[in-house]
Design a protein around this ligand. Sequence first.
Ligand code: ADP
Length: 351
Amino acid sequence: MFDIELKNITKTYSGSEESAVKNLSLTVKKGSIVTLLGPSGCGKSTTLRLIAGFERAEEGSIELAGKTVSDKNIWIPPEKRGVGMVFQDYALFPHLNVFKNVGFGYKGKDRAERVMEVIRLVNLKGYEKRYPHELSGGQQQRVALARALTRRPVVVLLDEPFSNLDADLRVHMRFEVKRIISEAGATAIFVSHDQRDALAISDKIVVMNKGVIEQQGTPKEIYQSPSNKFVASFVGQSNILEGKINEDNKSVLTDLGIIPSYSAYNYKAGEKVYISIRPGSLEIDRNGQMNGLIKELTYSGEFFDIVVEVTLGNGTCQHLIAHIPPEEVVKVGDSLNFNILSQYVSIIKYH
Ligand code: ADP
C-alpha cells in the first residue's frame, strides 16, 4: 500500500533547455519517512513542489492515498490534496501567536482540541500565546511542523527542515521530528542535501542527481552498497579505486594490493570493477600488508581524519582518506602500516 506514487514524471521549467526532473518514478509506503537527497539543483524541491501541487508536470502522474491528483487530464489544486508542508524558513505568520499559527486555516469543529493536541505532540504546551519572535529556532520549527499536521494530512512534505538549526539542536530535532511524524501516523517526504540528516531520519533514501534517481534504498543499503560512483562519494566519504575480482572470489586486486570484500562472490573472477573503501576501513596494524605516509591529519574529537599517501608498485601515489581512533599517537609525516577491513568495502559495477 503506497501513500504516494509518482509515475514517469518530467518537469521542464519554461525557458529551460534541460528538464529539472526526468522520467522520475517513486513510491512511498504509508507511514514511512523518505528523504530525497542530492546536491543543489538536482531536482529535489521541484519534486516536492510537484507533489504539493505548486508546479505541474508535463509528463507522468501523481497519486496521493490512491487518488490521482495530477496527470494529463486531472489537476487537483494544492489545498485539496491533503498535503502539509514545512518550509525551510518555517514561513510562520509573525503577527499570530503559536495557537493561531498552528490552527491557521483549520475550520474543523474540533479546532481548539485539535490545535492543543498537535501543540502537545510537538512539546510546546505552555507556549500557545507566544509569538514567533519569542521562540528559539527549534521551537519555531516545532510550530511549523504542528501547523502542517493540524489538518491530518495524507502526507507531510519538509523542505530542508534542519538547515537553519545549529549542530546540537539539529541532532536533537532529527530525533524529535522523527518521533512527531511517527506519532502523528503521517507519511513524510524530506528534501535534504545533508547525508547525515538523511541517514538518521529516513526509512528510505532516494539519491538524486541531475533530475534522475541514482539509487533508492534503506540508509544502510545506500551507505554500505552504493550502486555507483556518484552515490558512493555523495553519501559519506569514500575512496574509489579500480580493480579486478580475484580468483578466490573473496577479494579485489587493486594497485594498493589485495582488498577483501564480502560481495566479490557476486562477480566473475577477473571482472573489472570499482571498489569503494569507506574511511572507517583502515585498521592500523604493525604487521599490516599496506604501508603509507600520513600527509594530512585533523582531530575531530571522535577520530583523526587523515590522508595517507601510498606509493604504488609503478612509482605513482594513491591518496586514501581514513578515520583512525583518537587515542592513536600519530602526526603528519609518520609511516603507517595498515590493513583494509572488508566490512567497509563495497564493489561497484564498472561502467
Ligand atoms: P534542488 O532542490 O535539488 O536544489 P531544484 O528542484 O530547486 O533543485 O532545481 C532543479 C533545477 O531546476 C535547477 O537547475 C534549477 O535552476 C531549476 N529551477 C528550479 N526552479 C525553477 C524555476 N522556478 N524556474 C526555472 N528553473 C528553475
